[in-house]
Design a protein around this ligand. Structure first.
Ligand code: CA
Length: 219
């Protein structure tokens, strides 16, 4: 589970990162609003933890830009003061929940669990593409009506590709689906997973765009 943490207070950011890593989350940590907007538009995260007082671009502005692109990622806002106006502005701009600093690590974890539960319970459509059927909720895949057993990472890749037919997904983006920034991906791991997907499903399903990435063609 990959979490984007945007917090410019180094001690607090480090504390949150350590606390969440110990729960098994992959945490990518940024310290300013401009980098946050960039990461949120180019990469996939299960959830974002967003401080409102940030250098370069205010957290509220980050949130507005995020929601302007219809990105549905759950966002937990951190506010420095118990100012009602901040909380209201955050919720109005599309935050899903907020925490007022200082807060307890246990409370942060509980809020995250609740947000993740809610986002998983959102209806997620079954994706169908040329006799391949992917059910995101039950994490099942079939081809020509027969169940196909995929590894976790193969499933994540296929989900990304089938969700956006006709769009080339860069190697970087796909790799980040599989690993956080900190974790070194084996250099050919992506190719190996794609190779297995083609073998388990059918070879023409995933097209290589040389030097860029992969796509499934728009039907
Ligand atoms: Ca701050």
């Amino acid at each position: 589970m990959r979490i984007l943490l945007i917090e410019d207070d180094v001690a607090l950011g480090e504390g949150i990162r350590v606390a969440l890593k110990s729960e098994g989350y992959t945490v990518d940590w940024l310290q300013d609003g401009v980098s946050a907007v960039h990461a949120l538009s180019h990469e996939s995260f299960a959830i974002a933890i967003l401080d409102l007082g940030l250098p370069r671009l205010d957290g509220l502005e980050v949130l507005k830009r995020l929601r302007a692109t219809d990105n549905p990622i759950p966002v937990l806002v951190l506010t420095a003061r118990d100012a009602t106006s901040d909380r209201i502005a955050g919720l109005d701009a599309g935050a899903d929940d907020y925490l007022v600093k200082p807060f307890d690590a246990a409370e942060l974890k509980a809020r995250l669990r609740a947000l993740l539960r809610r986002s998983f319970n959102r209806p997620q459509p079954v994706l169908e593409y040329r006799e391949v059927c992917l059910d995101p909720v039950n994490q099942q895949v079939s081809y020509q009506g027969q169940p196909v057993v995929l590894q976790r990472k193969e499933f994540l890749l296929l989900h990304q590709l089938l969700a956006q037919p006709g769009r080339v997904l860069t190697r970087d983006k796909l790799q980040q689906t599989l690993y956080g920034w900190d974790e070194e991906a084996e250099s050919n791991a992506l190719e190996v997973h794609i190779h297995h997907l083609r073998k388990k499903l059918f070879p023409e399903l995933i097209r290589t765009v040389r030097g860029i990435g992969y796509l499934v063609d728009k039907l």
